[in-house]
Design a protein. Structure first.
Length: 451
């Protein structure tokens, strides 16, 4: 979209760019094409554009032929775009993107996010679309240069801060292009830059307690000129030994620690449970689910011995189903969505007791449970007999950091639609559970807790 086209459209719509909404419209066509090319759009992708404005990027996105969703807060511009792209591959949504429910994006294909973000709300927008609950696999964002430099900064620099460390734990971030103010109308008073964000690969960093990680980072950068140990509060006594393990002086400031060192520090101060899973003992059962012995976990799995497990479906009082997203560091089905809680039955334990224990360990609550159905021991269940339970609880939950990356309640119809469209997002057993749920003539959720 050229400068003249933007000026003409603004006059026709009787719109003056709003400083409060951060409206600075891109008018460099070559740059717009370059910007969209960074998304590497492929059939089956969903391109999400934040703040399309007059459509400088939107018109380039439309030419890719890939499905797109453009979220525009300004009602005047949203109406204009909705009329222009009616019936096409681009859906226009009149909504504040800082409040957009990212749960909607699951099951829509590979989600890639693009946008020239309003400077005043860039941080909450980034937080929302990079959260563990977001399915985004790539973000290409135009930002104020100052923020872009902070996101891509390295340790020991003045730009390196709490937001840098927090985001870089999960995302690889690169500043890929500087933008002069002259490519926008009206010209902003600051320079801009384009940032590219991709999820880190499994294994780049070890797992850690994300909540403790965030707390330490907040403490460390709360007064960045102070030595780190003075800000550690209840963890201060552990700092000398931790500093030695990290190979840094005790007088180190927070900005000197790399992201890897922040993760190592988190694991030194609050290590994740280190129970040896392979040493767990499971009941070994026959084809009728009768116990015939006990075997270590590893032997059971390696030799495909029949054993027992439980899965729990927890609904809230609105009838929504809680799903957990497994930790990316899990050996089996990492980063896939699963039932509300699940686990093995231990030797000497009955199904009901295992269900109560797993709910407490994974979600941190006690829930009244009732049995729903039982899955047979077949290859699709990894030779587990699985008793499935239902319960009602509104949360909040205390998610086990070693087991669960995130979790949320979803409308049941949305979950079933999502599982049908993208079964690869779910664990094999969760798919079987949802198939059973889909086949029921009467919904199994409700507002009353089972007695």
């Amino acid at each position: 979209m050229t400068l003249n086209e933007i000026q003409t459209r603004l006059r026709a719509l009787e719109v003056r760019p709003s400083k409060g909404l951060g409206q600075n419209f891109l008018h460099d066509q070559n740059l717009a094409r370059w910007f969209v090319d960074r998304l590497e759009a492929q059939p089956g992708d969903l391109l999400v554009e934040i703040g399309p404005g007059l459509g400088s990027l939107t018109e380039v996105i439309e030419k890719t032929g890939v499905r797109a969703l453009a979220i525009e807060r300004d009602s005047r511009l949203a109406a204009f775009l909705a009329e222009r792209y009616a019936g096409g591959s681009v859906e226009i949504r009149h909504e504040d993107a800082t409040r957009f429910d990212v749960r909607e994006l699951w099951g829509k294909g590979r989600v890639k996010v693009i946008g020239n973000l309003p400077y005043s709300v860039s941080t909450p927008l980034i937080d929302r679309f990079t959260s563990a609950l977001s399915p985004a696999c790539l973000l290409v964002l135009g930002l104020q240069k100052e923020l872009a430099d902070r996101l891509g900064a390295g340790p020991g620099t003045s730009d390196y801060g709490a937001m840098t460390v927090r985001l870089q734990r999960r995302w690889n971030i690169r500043v890929v292009k500087r933008l002069p103010a002259s490519v926008f109308l009206p010209r902003p008073n600051v320079e801009s830059a384009i940032v590219e964000m991709r999820p880190r690969l499994r294994g780049e960093f070890p797992p850690c307690d994300a909540e403790l990680f965030g707390e330490l980072v907040r403490r460390g950068f709360s007064e960045r000129r102070k030595q780190f140990h003075k800000l550690l509060g209840p963890y201060r006594s552990a700092w000398p030994a931790a500093a030695e393990r990290l190979g840094v002086p005790e007088t180190t400031r927070a900005e000197a620690l790399s992201v890897a060192q922040w993760i190592d520090l988190t694991n030194l101060l609050g290590p994740l449970p280190t129970a040896q899973k392979d040493e767990e003992i499971f009941p070994w059962v026959d084809e009728e689910d009768r116990v015939i012995g006990e075997r270590p976990r590893r032997e059971v799995h390696v030799n495909n011995l029949r054993h027992r497990a439980v899965h729990m479906l927890i609904f809230n009082t609105s009838g929504e189903l809680f799903l957990q997203k497994r930790s990316p560091w899990k050996d089996m089905s990492p980063s896939l969505w699963d039932s509300s809680a699940a686990g093995h039955v231990d030797a000497g334990e009955e199904y009901d007791a295992a269900a109560v224990r797993e709910i407490r360990e994974e979600l941190g609550v006690d829930v009244n449970l009732e049995p729903l159905f039982k899955l047979p021991s077949i290859p699709a269940t990894a030779w587990e007999f699985i008793q499935v339970y239902r319960g009602v609880h509104d949360g909040p939950f205390q998610l086990a950091p070693a087991e669960i990356e995130t979790g949320a309640f979803f409308p049941v119809a949305r979950v079933l639609e999502w599982a049908a469209a993208s079964p690869e997002d779910f664990t094999p057993v969760c798919r079987l559970v949802l198939d059973w749920l889909r086949a029921q003539p009467i919904p199994v959720h409700g507002v009353s807790s089972p007695s």
